[in-house]
Design a protein around this ligand. Structure first.
Ligand SMILES: Nc1nc2c(ncn2[C@@H]2O[C@H](COP(=O)(O)OP(=O)(O)OP(=O)(O)O)[C@@H](O)[C@H]2O)c(=O)[nH]1
Ligand SMILES: [Mg+2]
Length: 579
């Protein structure tokens, strides 16, 4: 009885505040009253102003953002990587040795296959910076075989996780299996040719001595063989060795995409996709038992691994891109809508590389206020969040690469929906939107010209992106100590990606600093201009006939006080459904 009472008292003291907060008297006592300053400040943070009266509040009570509240999130939208699959483990040279069997048969195990490299596009990822930092990715080496016919373990696999919308393009590859096959076919490796082929050559009157020479020199590939410890190579004659086994590929290699790699990972992937299979392990000494050599004291080494140099590029930077002149309030808006802690400053070019923030629409515990249903992705999956990119400010003549212009415009091209952010307190908002569109439109013209030049340069039938040329060096890899130290081809820049035209993307105008006095008129003229563009009375600001004109909204917001944010979120969700 006393135990029950004790348990219930314990429960009351520890769990009640969490399960039934309304019953907990201590919590009630601590809760700020409606008149306390804390409560008032909380209520002020939660208010969302009606967009129709944004200017009602005076601009004096603006919250301050302290420098200690800034964090710099790293971001990279393209990178080059060298992917090296795992080399195979060596075969083992071993003999059975037991009581009464001092010189048993060969029982060395085969080496393990090397680890493979996979790629997987996931929705939670937003940047390639983690991969860009690494530069080279290597899968694990297969373990060596062991005595008593124990095969070596497989090498560790590596999975690259990338954001959805990543494009993977191959720059060059070194495929040792392909090279060896080519060498055998092209150079006539006598020892490894089929007997019929050989006889055919001899029948054609080619000297036997010549074949003999090729035969012996190519059979003996020191770097391919492992010798029993303590035995010097000179104690073998090359005739003791059988022909080198043909190069093999692991069974996994059949699911490798064809070379050259050109992948557009525009959907989230349930399972990783193979990019490079690991190399095969070497063969243990039982593989070389013959009548004349019953106890072979050699095994083969594991194969060298496939190496691919790829370029990764994000086709989609974020769902929404904030485009604006410097100091328009883009970073403040991003902070208001997401948990981003982007730096804010009262000067131009506070932001120099994109900041990406995520707006959570459904956090598994409920939807954000005002959303009755969730938007869906093109594949029908409900969209529980979307991303916003705060892109550095554009300046006039950015399309001529003035002030890092082209770099910033490249980011704009990669956003799904464009949100033109204009400062209502910095002059005519219509002129500001027109100036922004002018830069974007000029950049689009430039890009379409660039693409057509690239298409003309490509010979008909040739792959427009990259063509695979296996490494054709006169020196064999063994001359580099079995390992190639240099890139087989210098990394050449790949042609630009073909992306949808910017002017056909949905767009919206966000009028910031609506708390500033006397900005109503500016906003009203912006709204009427947008209505004219929508109805076709005014030309599309990009100068293109087929520019996006449906549902053109302008929304006044105050990023500092988070006013007008709910309405903006709803419009973004609506436009994402259209994009
Ligand atoms: N009154 C008022 N000031 C704002 C508002 N939003 C931003 N500001 C101020 O405007 C200045 C610039 O804001 P940022 O968010 O850094 O502007 P930005 O567009 O990111 O600037 P860059 O990164 O340089 O292109 C800061 O001093 C902000 O405090 C707003 O809604 N109202
Ligand atoms: Mg900024």
């Amino acid at each position: 009885m006393s135990l029950t009472t004790g348990t219930s008292r314990l429960l009351q003291s520890t769990l009640t505040p969490f399960l039934y907060p309304c019953l907990d008297t201590t919590w009630i006592a601590l809760r700020p009253s409606a008149s306390s300053p804390l409560y008032r400040s909380q209520r002020r943070c939660q208010t969302t102003a009606s967009p129709s009266h944004p200017h009602a509040s005076p601009p004096t009570d603006l919250p301050e953002i302290f420098p200690s509240d800034y964090t710099n999130t790293p971001f990279t939208d393209s990178c080059s990587l060298t992917l090296t699959a795992g080399p195979g483990g060596h075969g083992c040279i071993s003999f059975l040795r037991e009581k009464y069997i001092p010189d048993g048969p060969a029982n060395g195990g085969d080496g393990g296959t090397g680890g493979a490299i996979y790629i997987q596009a996931l929705r939670g990822e937003t940047s390639l910076h983690k991969l860009a930092r690494r530069g080279t990715l290597k899968a694990g080496r297969g373990k060596n075989g062991q005595g008593t016919s124990k095969g070596g373990r497989r090498g560790e696999d590596v999975v690259l996780t990338v954001p959805v919308g990543t494009v993977v393009r191959e720059v060059w590859r070194v495929d040792p299996v392909e090279e060896e096959e080519m060498g055998r076919r092209g150079k006539g490796f006598g020892a490894d040719l089929d007997r019929e082929e050989r006889e055919e050559h001899e029948g054609n009157g080619e000297g036997e001595g010549k074949w003999q020479g090729t035969d012996q020199s190519l059979k003996w590939r020191r770097e391919k063989w492992l010798l029993y410890p303590g035995i010097l190579p000179k104690s073998f004659t090359s005739a003791d060795f059988p022909a080198l086994p043909r190069p093999r590929r692991s069974n996994l290699a059949v699911s490798q995409p064809p070379a050259p790699l050109r992948l557009d990972l525009d959907k989230p992937m349930a399972t990783p996709m193979l990019l490079a299979a690991g190399a095969m392990g070497g063969l243990g000494n039982p593989h070389f038992v013959t009548k004349s050599v019953p106890r072979p004291k050699f095994a083969t080494k594991g194969d060298d691994a496939l190496r691919i140099h790829v370029q990764l590029e994000l086709k989609l930077l974020a769902d929404i891109g904030l485009v604006g002149l410097p100091n328009a309030g883009k970073s403040t808006l991003l902070r208001a809508m997401t948990a981003s802690r982007a730096r804010v400053g009262d000067w131009a070019f506070t932001t120099l590389s994109p900041n990406i923030g995520t707006v959570v629409l459904d956090n598994q515990r409920g939807r954000v206020a005002g959303l009755t249903s969730l938007p869906v992705y093109p594949d029908g999956e409900p969209r529980t969040h979307f991303t916003i990119a705060d892109i550095p400010g554009l300046i006039p003549d950015a399309h001529l690469d003035r002030g890092l212009g082209l770099g910033f415009l490249k980011h704009i091209e990669r956003a799904g929906v464009l949100a033109f952010v204009v400062d209502l307190g910095a002059g005519d908002a219509v002129e500001a939107v027109k100036a922004l569109w002018k830069e974007v439109g000029e950049y689009e013209n430039l890009r379409s010209g660039e693409l057509s030049v690239e298409t003309q340069r490509t010979a008909p039938g040739e792959d427009a992106l990259s063509t695979y040329q296996p490494f054709t060096s006169t020196a064999s890899p063994s001359e580099f100590g079995g390992d190639l130290l240099l890139d087989p081809q210098p990394a050449r820049p790949l042609p630009p990606l073909t992306l949808p035209p910017i002017s056909s993307k949905p767009w919206v105008v966000v009028a910031t600093k609506a708390d500033l006095p006397e900005t109503q008129e500016n906003f009203a003229s912006l709204q009427s201009w947008l209505t004219e563009v929508e109805t076709g009375t005014q030309a599309h600001p990009s100068g293109r006939k087929n520019g996006w004109r449906r549902k053109l909204h302008a929304l006044p917001v105050c990023g500092l006080k988070k006013e007008g944010i709910d309405g903006l979120r709803k419009i973004f969700v609506e436009l994402l459904g259209e994009s």
